[in-house]
Ligand binder design. Structure first.
Ligand code: EPZ
Length: 419
């Protein structure tokens, strides 16, 4: 087991390259299964979830090669349709393999996915939409057995909530289905557009991604293509929070300001200066932080739930009272008790968190319980007096490539040690 030892109160200064987006790379890897021949994905982050996705592709009969930040997948004739239970449990996003395997092989057997504990994470919308497309799905002892006796056909689906995973699964199943699929109330996240961009590069016919209605006209086959994964907007938001918490100036190479339209104004309200220049986004914080008006997490283009924890960590030392309302997941305040150990003054009730900015945070022994909450503790540690020992690093490693090296290069003191 490893821990991060963070000595706080050092201003950050320097350039950081924003890694490729985990939440885009994973569905793209699933999508590779649908394309004949070779697909090459550049800018894949080096994360355990990416390795798990490659292992799933291997189990399904694909050849998969990982070199630096490039993953090459050959999916000429996938021969499997079962994803082993231990791989399904490793990450929540393994559920996107359902749409891809069904689309390519016509049957699929997998267990319910694992992932971070953010509250109940049902997949009813995924399954309902696939059923409308002709899939027969039986749930038995935690295993989903899916067949398509007549093949998959296009269908019209209106999602009751713009679920990212359900939208991805429907797109993956629809690209090779017979006829036209229409997804209404579709997720509009940039990662959806990245998936559509890759699939179009493979020969798929998709329109409307980025809007609430996506139309997919099934084709008979897809071919592999070369594609570059988009930069990770949540890693960019985390680095903005780090600069806000510690003070200083960071240049975030590759960060796309357009993907951060709901996030940037919150940091500006805190007193940060943020501006894009060339291929980078500059974040400067020189004055003390101020509290902000209520931040409500919403589906894109609203404020992202994945940036809620890191923003809270920066607000923990901002002058005044801030309020956050978490509308996407039921249990996404698990970092709060740990922040309180560091001197933060935060109360939660249901969806609402009230943050009374504390004049000081103190280094403490804290434990990450999930990915973004873990990153938030690292952000708070950068602003805290003294040394923080942060355990549960394996959660942080699921979404951040070498976080300690990135922060250290910008002037922070972060060491990875054995627990
Ligand atoms: C994706 O999860 C991301 N994961 C999450 O990132 C992110 O927090 C989330 O979208 C919201 O932006 C990946 O892309 C791998 P949803 P996903 O389906 O697809 C409910 C991170 O930290 N729902 O949009 O699972 C669900 O319970 C992670 O990187 C149903 O009720 O999210 C939740 O309340 C964590 N039924 C809401 O919708 C369903 O069938 C949003 O979930 C599906 C979802």
């Amino acid at each position: 087991m490893q821990k991060l030892v963070i000595e706080g109160e050092r201003r950050l200064c320097g350039e950081l390259t924003v890694q490729g987006a985990k939440n885009s790379a994973l569905p793209l890897l699933a999508a590779c299964l649908l394309a004949d021949g070779e697909s090459v994905l550049h800018n894949c982050p080096q994360l355990s979830d990416v390795c798990s996705a490659c292992r799933i592709l291997g189990c399904l009969g694909c050849e998969c090669r990982l070199e630096d930040h490039t993953v090459t997948v050959r999916a000429d004739a996938p021969c499997g349709c079962c994803v082993p239970d231990e791989l399904m449990r490793e990450m929540r996003s393994s559920i996107v393999f359902l749409g891809a395997v069904l689309g390519r092989v016509g049957e699929c057997s997998l267990s319910f996915p694992g992932g971070c504990e953010l509250g109940p994470r049902p997949i009813d919308m995924h399954l309902n939409a696939l059923r409308r497309m002709g899939a027969e799905i039986k749930e038995c002892h935690g295993v989903l057995r899916c067949t398509c006796p007549e093949g998959l056909h296009g269908a019209k689906t209106a999602l009751s909530f713009p679920s990212v995973g359900a939208t991805e699964n429907i797109m993956l199943a629809a690209v090779l289905a017979d006829g036209v699929t229409v997804i209404r109330n579709a997720a509009r996240e940039p990662e959806i557009c990245d998936l559509a961009g890759f699939l179009r590069g493979c020969g798929a016919r998709i329109k409307g991604d980025g809007s609430d209605t996506i139309t997919i006209e099934g084709v008979t086959s897809l071919h592999g293509c070369e594609y570059t994964v988009m930069p990770d907007r949540i890693v960019a938001a985390t680095m903005m929070a780090a600069a806000a918490a510690a003070g200083g100036e960071l240049a975030l190479i590759g960060a796309r300001s357009g993907d951060l339209d709901a996030v940037i104004p919150v940091f500006e309200e805190m007193g940060c200066r943020i501006y894009p220049y060339s291929d980078r986004l500059f974040v400067t914080r020189s004055l003390p932080l101020k509290a902000v008006r209520t931040v409500r997490t919403m589906p894109y283009p609203g404020f992202p739930t994945d940036a809620q924890a890191v923003v809270m960590a920066a607000l923990a030392k901002a002058k005044g009272t801030s309020i956050i309302v978490e509308n996407i997941f039921e249990n996404r305040y698990r970092h709060v008790d740990e922040l309180i150990r560091m001197g933060a003054v935060i109360k939660t009730e249901g969806k609402v968190a009230v943050i009374d900015g504390a004049p000081r945070l103190y280094g403490a022994k804290v434990r990450a319980a999930e990915l973004r909450g873990g990153a938030a503790l690292a952000v708070a540690a950068l602003a805290a007096e003294g040394v923080t020992e942060l355990t549960g690093v394996r959660y942080i490693d699921r979404g951040y490539e070498r976080l300690e090296a990135q922060l250290t290069a910008a002037g922070a003191s972060v060491k990875r040690l054995l627990e």
